[in-house]
Design a protein around this ligand. Structure first.
Ligand code: ZN
Length: 153
């Protein structure tokens, strides 16, 4: 094993070795997502035929059966659908030795996205709480993460 040199300014949670590998070729179904994130935009897939929100790697629309996704920038906000706190001690990959939140966010666009937080946190936000989404940087990759949590309505 080679020594891992920590990046001067990295993600609070994970080592950059865990950054997703983005090929950037035409066949990479998630390339539009990472391209948008690199510019601070949250892009999600919709059916090109009927505008139904699609899952990240979904290829065929449940609504109309079309197999064409259209990626559009969406409002970077939503609410907490589900949340848990992960306890994982894994030096070299996970930078913290405290629990960290994993949150399933329901975006206003109708999509669901699982993320952690931009800033270190050891607690999960309350179910239903409105959240603003920003980005963490893991290696060269920007990943959506909860920027701020408001009080549930
Ligand atoms: Zn459709």
């Amino acid at each position: 094993m080679s020594a891992v040199t920590p990046a001067p300014s990295g993600d609070w949670l994970l080592e950059s070795a865990l950054a997703p590998v983005v090929a950037g070729d035409v066949g990479d179904v998630l390339a539009p997502f990472y391209d948008a994130a690199a510019h601070g935009e949250l892009a999600m897939p919709f059916c090109a035929e009927c505008d139904l929100p699609l899952e990240m790697e979904q290829r065929v629309c449940d609504g109309c059966g079309a197999a064409h996704a259209r990626w559009c920038a969406v409002e970077p906000s939503g609410s907490v659908h589900a949340a848990t706190v992960m306890h994982r001690l894994e030096p070299g990959l996970v930078r913290v030795d405290a629990p960290y939140p994993i949150v399933d966010v329901e975006l206003h666009s109708g999509h669901r996205l699982v993320m952690t937080t931009v800033h270190p946190s050891s607690t999960a936000p309350p179910i239903g709480a409105p959240v603003r989404i920003g980005f963490r940087r893991l290696g060269d990759i920007a990943l959506p993460a909860i920027e701020s949590v408001e009080e549930p309505q």
